[in-house]
Design a protein around this ligand. Structure first.
Ligand SMILES: [Zn+2]
Length: 253
């Protein structure tokens, strides 16, 4: 069974979530966080909160502003952040400034928690700063016992291989991981749009930067979670997509 047969099978069932919960997926680039959050969102009717999409939207808006527009800047705790500088970092595989990301994520989550009870986060928090800001907000909105933290583990070589072969679709930016089943695909099996390489972010040099950022800046987050009494469930991300998904479901049901 591959991703798309799971997708088709599960797309008919949208159980109404009975309790408030938030699932946070972690893992190095290429671990399959995007794919697994799509599946989870579909199977369990959770809202898929993708930080990268929100950032990309902000970047696009900032680029279209007149040159001297003040809207290009965000002021947080007295410090000014240039959205176009943030875009440069992101494009080169560096993480965006933690205060900027935390600000955006917290605003969105507060908005969403009013409309949607259940969320999946797969792109944040990514630094200690962010987790220290974001986790207390999540705890207040959802309760610690309803926050499920899942770490999808893959080896560094696997990160590099997968990302340098990854394609995304033009329409919805569905991420298509490379394997025997997807090797010759040219259109997105979910919406029929063209598959393209993700410009910049998946270049080999950029992937190395992203991996380094993950190891040095994201990985220490797990210390924070452990010290603060959150439980982290680990899943082997090198299994077939369907098996990774099954393991995750075991933890979140
Ligand atoms: Zn697609």
């Amino acid at each position: 069974m591959n991703l798309y047969s799971i997708y088709l099978k599960s797309s008919t069932q949208h159980p109404t979530p009975t309790m408030k919960q938030i699932i946070i997926l972690f893992g190095p680039p290429g671990a399959g966080k995007g794919t697994q959050s799509e599946l989870l969102s579909d199977k369990m009717g959770l809202y898929n909160f993708e930080t990268s999409k929100i950032l990309e939207k902000n970047f696009r808006e900032a680029e279209n502003l007149p040159e001297n527009s003040e809207e290009r800047f965000v002021k947080i705790d007295g410090e000014k952040f240039d959205i176009l500088n943030e875009k440069e970092n992101w494009k080169n595989g560096k993480l965006c400034s933690p205060p900027y990301v935390a600000y955006i994520v917290i605003n969105e989550i507060k908005k969403l928690s009013k409309e949607e009870n259940n969320l999946i986060l797969s792109g944040s928090p990514r630094t200690i700063y962010e987790v220290e800001k974001i986790a207390p907000v999540l705890e207040e909105l959802y309760g610690k016992e309803n926050i499920k933290i899942i770490l999808i583990e893959i080896k560094p070589e696997e990160t590099i291989f997968r990302n340098s072969h990854r394609k995304i679709c033009e329409l919805m930016r569905h991420s298509i991981l490379f394997n025997d089943e997807t090797e010759n695909l040219t259109i997105c099996p979910l919406d029929g749009s063209k598959l393209v390489k993700r410009e910049g972010l998946d270049d080999p040099e950029t992937i190395k930067v992203r991996l380094k950022e993950y190891t040095e800046r994201t990985y220490p987050i797990f210390d924070y979670f452990e010290k603060n009494g959150f439980k982290i469930e680990k899943v082997n991300g090198e299994q077939p997509i369907a098996d990774v998904f099954k393991d995750i479901l075991n933890f979140v049901k």
